[in-house]
Ligand binder design. Structure first.
Ligand code: APR
Length: 224
């Protein structure tokens, strides 16, 4: 079976009702991204950041995977599929995709403030005073600006062995995630799905549509 690696971003969850980051003049849920998704923002106002992620975690109970998430599961019938997502929602899990790497963490996990490897499943609000086993404050298991991306090496290994790269719903503006496209083997097919011209490159096939509307185009290119 040929191997497809799918790099997804906020755009694949947009049609499930989850806001993207850079579609709305740089504000994310009315916050400057650096205020709520950076180490400095957390140190400056931990309560604001905890509340911000509590709201996003709560939202997970109101949204569902859309046809694009489900299509990636269906692709497993014909291809060996690995998804590398920048998203922290659980929609790929709920679409039952089998091989999934979260580069930027997961909303439904929490971790020790002190030890990034002390991670637990967590589905309710995190309150100041909720402690990890090491006695430090629990914080969202999210990779913030200014922090390392621990899953990057695994992701690079996956991309290096891809026969086809599918990029869905990411502006390719955040590194190191965006650099994954540089690790593909020579001359493999790169298909980019985005209704906007967020990312330009002369060696890719750009399907200028929303994720759910691009499914038939992707199937045609893949010979399905
Ligand atoms: N279908 C496909 N793509 C879409 C859709 C849709 N329905 N709606 C919007 N898009 C596209 C936008 O045009 C944009 O290019 O999805 C892309 C979303 O880009 P961003 O908002 O920058 O999100 P993303 O690329 O996932 O951000 C990467 O930045 O803030 C950090 O850690 C955060 O993981 C996030 C990272």
């Amino acid at each position: 079976m040929k191997k497809i690696v799918v790099l997804t971003g906020a755009g694949i969850s947009a049609e499930s009702g989850i806001s993207t980051f850079r579609d709305s003049n740089g504000l994310w849920e009315n916050h400057d991204i650096m205020e709520v998704a950076s180490v400095s923002g957390y140190n400056k106002n931990p309560q604001l950041v905890q509340d911000f992620y509590n709201k996003r975690r709560q939202q997970l109970f109101e949204v569902h995977p859309n046809k694009a998430h489900l299509f990636l599961k269906e692709l497993e019938q014909n291809f060996n599929v690995t998804i590398i997502t920048q998203n922290v929602d659980d929609l790929h899990e709920r679409a039952e995709s089998s091989h999934l790497i979260h580069l930027h963490g997961e909303l439904r996990k929490a971790r020790s403030e002190r030890n990034e490897n002390m991670i637990i499943n967590w589905n309710k609000d995190i309150k100041i005073g909720d402690l990890a086993e090491d006695g430090s404050q629990l914080r969202p298991h999210i990779v913030w600006f200014g922090e390392m991306v621990p899953m990057m090496d695994n992701a690079i290994k996956e991309v290096k062995t891809a026969d086809i790269l599918l990029v869905i719903g990411t502006s390719m503006k955040v590194y190191p995630a965006a650099s994954l496209i540089d690790y593909v083997k020579n001359n493999i097919q790169i298909i980019y799905i985005d209704p906007n011209d967020s990312f330009q490159s002369n060696s890719i096939i750009h399907i200028k549509k929303k994720a759910t509307e691009a499914i038939d185009d992707i199937k045609k290119i893949l010979g399905l």
